[in-house]
Ligand binder design. Structure first.
Ligand code: CA
Ligand code: CA
Length: 145
């Protein structure tokens, strides 16, 4: 997928590392999608990408997607139904608020890494790591439209 110059290689590897670490403690799957523009509502776009990236196909329906549109300064974080059944709105609001603090200062990688870590900690509570855990969804960031 097209990466353009959305983030630096260093930031990309920081984010992928954060995903890998988050998934060491839980059975859930965290993915990150970054693109330049978002014409729609960020949450609607994230829901569309969630399907497109095959994120509804995890066994326990416990994927979380963090979405950022860098040029349009939009972002969203959404979870699959297995998580939404267990986690309240306040959790997502809390993550979004903390992401916003970094995004306002242009710190995209910091915002994403923080969200990945918070998502991992929440997943750990509800979906602890299992011995035969599979990496059901790639830890690589997906880019572009
Ligand atoms: Ca897993
Ligand atoms: Ca994964």
């Amino acid at each position: 997928m097209l990466k353009l110059n959305l983030i630096s290689a260093k930031d990309e590897s920081r984010i992928v590392d954060a995903i890998r670490l988050a998934e060491l403690n839980c059975s859930g799957e965290v993915r990150v999608h970054i693109e330049a523009n978002c014409k729609d509502d960020a949450k609607a776009r994230a829901i569309q990408l969630f399907e497109k990236l095959g994120m509804t196909k995890t066994k326990l329906r416990n994927g979380i997607l963090i979405y950022v549109a860098t040029n349009d300064h939009k972002f969203a974080i959404i979870g699959d139904q297995g998580i939404n059944d267990l986690v309240g709105h306040d959790f997502w609001d809390d993550v979004k608020e903390k992401m916003l603090d970094h995004l306002k200062q242009g710190q995209i990688a910091d915002a994403v890494c923080l969200a990945v870590t918070m998502a991992g900690e929440k997943l750990k509570i509800h979906f602890p790591f299992e011995r035969n855990d599979k990496d059901e969804l790639s830890n690589e960031i997906s880019f572009g439209s």
